[in-house]
Design a protein around this ligand. Structure first.
Ligand SMILES: Cc1ncc(COP(=O)(O)O)c(C=O)c1O
Length: 306
């Protein structure tokens, strides 16, 4: 994967790829003092369109609020435009978009108020986050030996850069063990989420997903709940135990990077038939249509780059 592009947007202007640098002594690099987003832009008949852009930028501001930034250099409107400007300047028809709001110009004494927020936006071409065959065949996961954050320790509603040390620990361990993804339990022992995805269970025609208390409120999660409801499925938000995963008909995960991917095996136990199941497939089709402008929901969810 190459993260190369012609330009990044840095604090109000487009700058060449090589010039988009921040200093070694920027607190975000040492303490994870920043908040970020992951967004995707897709090809449609009307040109490139960013999926649920406003909701992502609103979540970025929510993350900044949770983290404690009190004065921000840009508005939601400005960052929505900046994302589109960056995609356009690079000429991508499909890309991943990474805004980061980071603590700079101070903040060394662990006090947000002694620094300022800087903002950058990168875009790059990035497909098949969980592998080329994931969509079709599903992937293998295990329950991580690491626990997901308690919401009063790391504030799981916010995409705070430092929170992702937990994801890195879990993902690295699972991949070294030969799995594709890690499932993390919350401090009470119930299923929380994966390292960069939310999780769903299908059993006897009903869809279950953990409640939002201890997880990131995924925008893909929200999109799939709406698409599932459109298709006539009921989605129940309730605590899920590890063994509920084992006996599920289907388990799938959702995220901007991964999109909608089935888990064919968890902890060496085959899930359902061991193939991407019919509910997961129906949701993959609906999601694919929605992101490419071919679904009744596309109108409200796509922001055309123009
Ligand atoms: C921990 C975590 N959970 C869930 C998600 C899925 O969120 P979304 O669908 O908004 O990308 C992500 C990805 O951003 C994540 O990092």
């Amino acid at each position: 994967m190459s993260m190369k592009s012609k330009y990044l947007w840095m604090n109000g202007e487009l700058v060449e790829f090589e010039k988009a640098t921040i200093h070694f002594l920027t607190p975000v690099a040492h303490y994870g003092a920043g908040v970020f987003e992951g967004i995707r832009c897709y090809a449609t008949d009307r040109g490139p369109a960013v999926f649920r852009l406003r909701e992502h930028i609103e979540r970025l501001f929510d993350s900044a609020l949770v983290f404690g930034f009190r004065s921000l250099p840009f508005t939601t409107e400005q960052l929505v435009s900046a994302v589109k400007e960056t995609v356009k300047a690079n000429g991508f028809t499909e890309c991943y978009i990474r805004p980061l709001m980071y603590l700079t110009d101070g903040g060394w004494n662990l006090n947000v108020d002694t620094g300022k927020a800087g903002v950058g936006i990168a875009v790059w071409e990035w497909n098949n986050y969980l592998g080329e065959e994931a969509q079709e065949k599903g992937v293998r996961a295990n329950i991580s030996s690491f626990t997901r954050h308690h919401p009063n320790v790391m504030l799981t509603k916010a995409k705070i850069s430092g929170n992702y040390a937990n994801s890195i620990l879990a993902k690295t361990e699972s991949v070294r063990l030969g799995f594709d993804e890690a499932i993390l339990l919350d401090p009470q022992g119930y299923v929380a989420e994966c390292t960069g995805e939310n999780i769903f269970v299908v059993r006897n025609g009903l869809i279950y997903t953990p409640p939002i208390m201890a997880i990131l409120e995924g925008i893909t999660r929200d999109s799939l709940i709406k698409l599932a409801t459109d298709l006539g499925y009921s989605v129940v938000e309730q605590a899920i135990s590890r063994d509920q995963l084992y006996v599920a008909d289907e388990v799938f995960v959702s995220g901007t990077a991964a999109e909608c991917i089935g888990l064919r095996e968890i902890d060496f136990r085959l899930i359902g038939t061991g193939k991407t199941g019919p509910v997961t497939k129906a949701l993959q089709r609906a999601y694919h249509a929605a992101i490419h402008g071919d679904h009744p929901r596309s109108m409200e969810w796509l922001d055309y780059v123009g």
